[in-house]
Design a protein around this ligand. Structure first.
Ligand SMILES: NC(=O)c1ccc[n+]([C@@H]2O[C@H](COP(=O)([O-])OP(=O)(O)OC[C@H]3O[C@@H](n4cnc5c(N)ncnc54)[C@H](O)[C@@H]3O)[C@@H](O)[C@H]2O)c1
Length: 312
């Protein structure tokens, strides 16, 4: 039995607790930010308002404080969304022991000082000196995992022994775990698929979406190589695998659908997706200006373009 701490009680962090508990681990979850999740997790029935299930009784909820890192956990899991990454970097900066840390968060950050796009593991290690990082990515809808539906993900670490050790703590009959040494490629693919699923969603019929799917793969391959990832990763779970699930039915492809209908991003968000986070949009705003500069396109402000995207 290992002691696992999950930081982030959103849909993914909470769903991830299920295979961890099934492996007889002692699992603690903490939520640093969202009051609704704190309420869900600290309630008697542990009914999760996004997942619409009662989480297992064995799941321990603890209020967030950085003192929690003084407890002797064997594995710390980061399940915050991208806006929480700098926060958790600052919090983990001073932890003394080298507990393995597993990152579930998908996304990339633009580092203004370095004028560089960083993956999440790069950001945590370079800017906050966080050690012993492993990433877990791949096609995984939190609701499906929470309901123990078949899910296949990839754990990436240059040291495959650590990836295997993590697999042993989390894999179940329905949660299958593969390995990869290509940490950068896995992180790049799993982040940018959110942008491409929006593009594929913009196709107004299946023939068109298939064409956009194929073009997306070519671009994902180009970008993965550009960031020094292994381009074969594009054909794995973090690449094509995750792109499929996001394009088939996620918030990004839903936004793409409205863009394809000719709505601007701003109008579609206001009218149809007011409360929903579109991760692809956030990422496009984060890395778009840098990428556009790199490919030397003379365009006005990226914000202006994003609000004017229309596939008419
Ligand atoms: N690796 C995988 O298999 C996998 C699968 C699905 C989703 N994800 C990723 O997991 C992450 C979380 O997804 P989710 O579906 O649980 O989202 P969610 O919206 O349900 O939960 C978001 C979590 O991030 C926290 N958060 C948000 N903004 C914050 C801030 N400013 N400071 C601190 N914390 C903040 C919230 O409190 C909450 O804990 C996303 O990056 C998503 O892409 C990973």
């Amino acid at each position: 039995m290992k002691k696992i701490l999950i930081i982030g009680g959103g849909a993914m962090g909470s769903a991830f607790s299920i295979p961890c508990l099934e492996n007889n681990n002692k699992v603690t979850i903490t939520e640093p930010y969202n009051k609704a999740f704190i309420k869900d997790l600290s309630s008697k029935k542990k009914f999760h308002s996004t997942l619409k299930i009662n989480l297992p009784k064995k799941l321990i909820f603890k209020s967030y404080s950085n003192k929690i890192f003084n407890e002797n956990f064997d594995l710390i899991v980061i399940a915050l969304s991208l806006p929480g990454i700098n926060f958790i970097g600052r919090e983990l900066k001073n932890i003394k022991n080298k507990i393995p840390i597993l990152i579930l968060t998908k996304g990339l950050k633009f580092d203004k000082k370095k004028n560089k796009i960083l993956t999440i593991s790069e950001l945590l290690s370079k800017n906050y000196n966080v050690k012993n990082l492993t990433v877990l990515k791949g096609p995984c809808l939190a609701k499906e995992l929470a309901n123990k539906k078949f899910t296949n993900v990839v754990v990436a670490n240059k040291n495959i022994k650590i990836a295997k050790w993590i697999r042993n703590q989390i894999a179940t009959k329905y949660y299958k775990v593969e390995f990869s040494k290509d940490v950068v490629g896995v992180e790049i693919c799993s982040a940018i698929k959110n942008i491409y699923s929006m593009i594929i969603g913009a196709g107004q019929n299946l023939n068109m979406s298939s064409s956009l799917f194929q073009k997306s793969i070519i671009e994902i391959k180009y970008l993965t190589k550009y960031f020094k990832g292994d381009d074969t990763t594009v054909f794995g779970l973090a690449g094509i695998g995750d792109l499929y699930v996001s394009a088939a039915g996620g918030r990004n492809s839903k936004m793409g659908y409205y863009l394809g209908k000719g709505y601007t991003f701003v109008k579609a968000k206001k009218k149809f997706m007011f409360k929903e986070t579109v991760e692809g949009e956030k990422l496009a705003r984060e890395i778009g200006p840098y990428i556009l500069k790199k490919i030397k396109k003379k365009q006005n402000s990226f914000d202006e373009q994003l609000s004017q995207i229309s596939f008419k």
